[in-house]
Design a protein around this ligand. Structure first.
Ligand code: CA
Length: 245
């Protein structure tokens, strides 16, 4: 039998819920409906999962063992502006719902709720999203630089910049946070491995070659495109920014 999401990829759905019964129920129920579901029991685990694979939808419990769900909602919203964020709360108090919506949630469900109600709400929300909404998060434009993470393509003006896989991934993380400082630890975790504790020389080497490739590609074009610069923040990390005034 064909899946409901026949041609477009299944929506990536992240469940952040510490309750075993509810979490498992959502995980299996949503999978059966064709959602590519990941289930995390903690706020920090949820944020890491969202970093690794930007989700289309997050179902977020407010009462988590390691964090306040409101803080997690705020963090998710700032990192993923186009995410559909639904809060799941056992607390029916109006104040929690308001705080959740103010923190960036699109909708909320008060527990207990049935899977069919949740599915109906998701369908209603996803219908209203413009087609291919997820692509907005996968194409970054910083000045003359265009980075299409779906096609794995980096363009400076109209010239394609050949990048090695790790150089591309590194640039993608910096582009996702363009204008903001990204720590070495975050870069190591997102580009190489979540559990990397080794020396970070490989980061410097990859970054140096990424800078070189961006600079070398720029002057070839007739109307020279300007590569955004990668600023070194000593003792912290790096920041990608557009220098054109
Ligand atoms: Ca809970």
């Amino acid at each position: 039998m064909p899946a409901p999401q026949d041609r477009s990829p299944a929506p990536v759905l992240l469940v952040i819920e510490d309750d075993d019964t509810i979490g498992r129920h959502l995980d299996t129920g949503l999978r059966a409906q064709g959602y590519a579901t990941t289930w995390c029991r903690t706020g920090s685990g949820g944020l890491a999962a969202a970093r690794a694979t930007p989700p289309d939808v997050v179902l977020l419990d407010l009462g988590l063992p390691d964090a306040d769900g409101i803080d997690i909602a705020r963090e998710l919203r700032s990192r993923h502006p186009y995410l559909l964020l639904v809060i799941l709360t056992a607390r029916s108090e109006e104040i929690d719902v308001i705080a959740g919506l103010d923190a960036g949630a699109d909708d909320y469900l008060v527990k207990p709720f049935t899977l069919s109600v949740l599915l109906a709400r998701l369908r209603a929300h996803l219908r209203r999203l413009p087609a291919g909404h997820g692509e907005r998060e996968t194409t970054y434009r910083i000045g003359d630089l265009t980075l299409d993470t779906r096609a794995h393509k980096c363009l400076l003006g109209d010239v394609e910049v050949p990048l090695r896989p790790k150089e591309f991934d590194l640039l993608a993380v910096l582009a996702r946070h363009a204008g903001a400082a990204v720590s070495r630890e975050d870069l190591m975790a997102q580009v190489w491995d979540e559990n990397w504790f080794g020396p970070t020389k490989t980061l410097d080497v990859t970054l140096a070659s990424l800078r070189r490739r961006l600079q070398q590609s720029a002057p070839d074009s007739r109307q020279p495109a300007q590569a955004p610069s990668i600023t070194t923040l000593r003792g912290y990390g790096y920041r990608l920014e557009n220098e054109r005034r």
